[in-house]
Structures are given as structure tokens and as C-alpha cells.
Design a protein around this ligand. Structure first.
Ligand code: TPP
Ligand code: MG
Length: 331
């Protein structure tokens, strides 16, 4: 049962958020093509409902951690498009002061704990954040995202085991988009129902339709309630799809056009739009205003990123260790 009701406002907020995430990613892809953004860049287009359906049940004090496909999670958690775009440009005004880039967004203020490039590296960290919340007596939860490729890492099993033993307030979310780089789930394993991997630890585990934001919201709501009550973790396999390649250099030849079209047909943003229209939650004017506002915010973020300075050389030595006078930093 859903404890956080889905109202007209929820749909309107979902639409605004998912459109912002999609347009941000489309712009990032374009700018990468123009070599304004360098390095790595993994786009989230198609997967927006997975993060939108979580945000509608979380409090700002809850934390979120994910892998390198992290722009959407950071923005959904409160990082502004300006800070996100500046980070992609490597500018000092970015959310990681221009030193993280696409894969390492971070915001202590919004409890977005990264942005991690090592596949599966964030899974024990997510359990650790949840441990800290419980230890400190807070009622906050941590949502720890990972890809379908990451569940094959040993650290996944270690983290799930300890989280279940200590009943940590963590929700492990596998965003199963069908592929780890160019390798399909079915080529990696005999057991393709990833959610069942949680059952070996007696952890409540379930598959969820990741193209349906309502299904994500309801599954997350139940998991978050369980975590807040002190009943421990949940493992959700949220089945989704990335419309673009793994990264900007992937022509995605390992899948068929038909497969891609099938998912685009179930696009989460169009589905939410259809519900809004069918229920007359908003009129054409509202959609036009939202689209214009999103476009303006994205255009502003590009201007902001372009006009911001790069970090000074001294920045290389900052934010490496918490202890400011750490003895092994050379002057
Ligand atoms: C420990 C480690 N091994 C290999 C890589 C190279 N690598 C980067 S992304 C990736 C695929 C991961 O896929 P998945 O977990 O499904 O996430 P998705 O990209 O689909 O979001 C691999 C193997 C890495 N970054 N870290
Ligand atoms: Mg994947």
C-alpha cells in the first residue's frame, strides 16, 4: 500500500522533472559532439522514471548514491542544471568544483553521495551511509543504485549480506537496462531474474517496471517505509532501458532497432503526459510553459558553464583529504 499518495501534483511534478532530465541529457549529448564536454559521458535517456519514482517518496535528508550514469540522480536530488552543466565543462562552479566531471557528480548539501566510476564500488558505500544514519539515530534512508553489470561484483554480495544482518535502512536498486556496455544480461548469467539475487539473503526483493513511474513510486514507497521502521533493506530490480549507447562512443550495434522502438513506445515521459491529458490535470498552455521553462533553464546552464572559470592549479590539492593539514600533501 502506498503511504505517499499519488495526486495530480505528483504527476505534474514528475512531468516537469523528467522533461528537465531528458532535455539536460540531450543538450549534454550535443555539446559532447561539439567537443565542449570532454572525457566520459553516459546518458540516462529512457531511464528517467527510475529516479523520478524514487524522488516522489524521499525526504531531502535521505541520501542517494549511484554509478557513473549520474547526471539525472544528482539533478533530481537538488543539484541545479547550472552546477551540473558546469561540472560537465570542468568548471570551478560545477557541483564537484570541476574536478569530478560527468562520472563524479557530488553534493554534500543535497546528500547526493556520487557519482562512482568503479562498477559496483558504490554498493558497500551505500550500505555504509545507511549504517551511519542508523548509528546516529536518524530516520533517514539511503537509496543505492547500481547497473545490471554491477550485481556480478563480489562487493554486491558482501554489502547485501551485512545490510541484511544489521537491518540497515538502505534500498538497493538495480537499474536493469538490459546491457552492461555491449553485453546483454542473458550473455552474462544463467539467472536473468536479477531481483532473485536478494532472496539468498532473505531480503525482500521484487522486479519493478521501470518504464512506469507509478510502479516505481509504489515499490520505492513500500521499501522506504520498511527501512524507516527499522525492518532493514530491500532489493529492487527496476527494469528499464537506455535509448542511447553505453557512452558517447558506443554505436550500440549489439541490439536491434525494433527492441529500441518497443521501449520508446512505452516512454515514461509520454506515459505521464497521457495521464495528465486524459485526466485534464493541465491544459496545452501549461505544457507549453513547462517546455519553455525547461528550455530556458538548460540554455541558461550552458551560458553559465561557458562563462565560468576553470579551477586554479591549487585546487588540485584541495578536497583530497578531510584533514586539511594531511602530512603527505606536497607544497
Ligand atoms: C570494476 C570495473 N570493471 C570494469 C569497468 C568498465 N565498465 C565501465 S561501465 C561497465 C558496464 C557496467 O554496466 P551496468 O552496471 O549494467 O551499468 P549501465 O552502464 O548499464 O548503467 C564496465 C564493465 C569499470 N568501470 N569498473
Ligand atoms: Mg546496464
Amino acid at each position: 500500500m502506498s503511504s505517499i499518495a499519488i495526486t495530480k501534483e505528483t504527476y505534474l511534478e514528475w512531468y516537469k522533472l523528467m522533461l528537465l532530465l531528458r532535455k539536460f541529457e540531450e543538450k549534454a549529448g550535443q555539446l559532447y559532439g561539439q567537443q565542449k564536454i570532454r572525457g566520459f559521458c553516459h546518458l540516462y535517456i529512457g531511464q528517467e522514471a527510475v529516479v523520478a519514482g524514487a524522488i516522489s517518496v524521499l525526504k531531502p535528508e535521505d541520501s542517494m548514491i549511484t554509478a557513473y550514469r549520474d547526471h539525472a540522480h544528482a539533478i533530481a536530488k537538488g543539484v541545479t542544471p547550472n552546477e551540473a552543466m558546469a561540472e560537465l565543462y570542468g568548471k570551478i562552479t560545477g557541483c564537484s568544483k570541476g574536478k569530478g566531471g560527468s562520472m563524479h557528480f557530488f553534493s554534500k548539501e543535497h546528500k547526493f553521495m556520487g557519482g562512482h566510476g568503479i562498477v559496483g564500488g558504490q554498493i558497500p558505500l551505500g550500505a555504509g551511509i545507511a549504517f551511519a544514519e542508523k548509528y546516529n539515530g536518524n530516520n533517514n534512508v539511503c537509496v543505492c543504485y547500481m547497473g545490471d553489470g554491477a550485481v556480478r561484483q563480489g562487493a554486491f554480495n558482501e554489502a547485501l549480506n551485512m545490510a541484511m544482518l544489521w537491518k540497515l535502512p538502505v534500498i538497493f536498486v538495480c537499474e536493469n537496462n538490459g546491457y552492461a556496455m555491449g553485453t546483454s544480461v542473458a550473455r552474462t548469467t544463467n539467472m536473468i531474474d536479477i531481483y532473485k539475487m536478494g532472496l539468498g539473503f532473505d531480503m525482500p526483493s521484487a522486479p519493478v517496471d521501470g518504464m512506469d513511474v507509478v510502479a516505481v513510486h509504489n515499490a520505492m514507497d513500500e521499501a522506504v517505509q520498511r527501512a524507516r521502521k527499522g525492518d532493514g533493506p530491500t532489493f529492487l530490480e527496476i527494469r528499464t532501458y537506455r535509448y542511447k549507447g553505453h557512452s558517447m562512443s558506443d554505436p550500440a550495434k549489439y541490439r536491434t532497432k525494433e527492441e529500441l522502438e518497443e521501449y520508446k513506445h512505452r516512454d515514461p515521459i509520454l506515459a505521464v503526459k497521457a495521464t495528465i491529458v486524459n485526466n485534464k490535470y493541465a491544459d496545452d498552455k501549461w505544457f507549453e510553459e513547462v517546455e519553455a521553462d525547461v528550455k530556458q533553464r538548460i540554455d541558461d546552464s550552458v551560458k553559465f558553464a561557458e562563462e565560468s572559470p576553470y579551477p586554479d592549479v591549487e585546487e588540485l590539492y584541495k578536497d583530497v583529504y578531510v584533514q586539511e593539514d594531511y602530512p603527505f600533501i606536497l607544497d
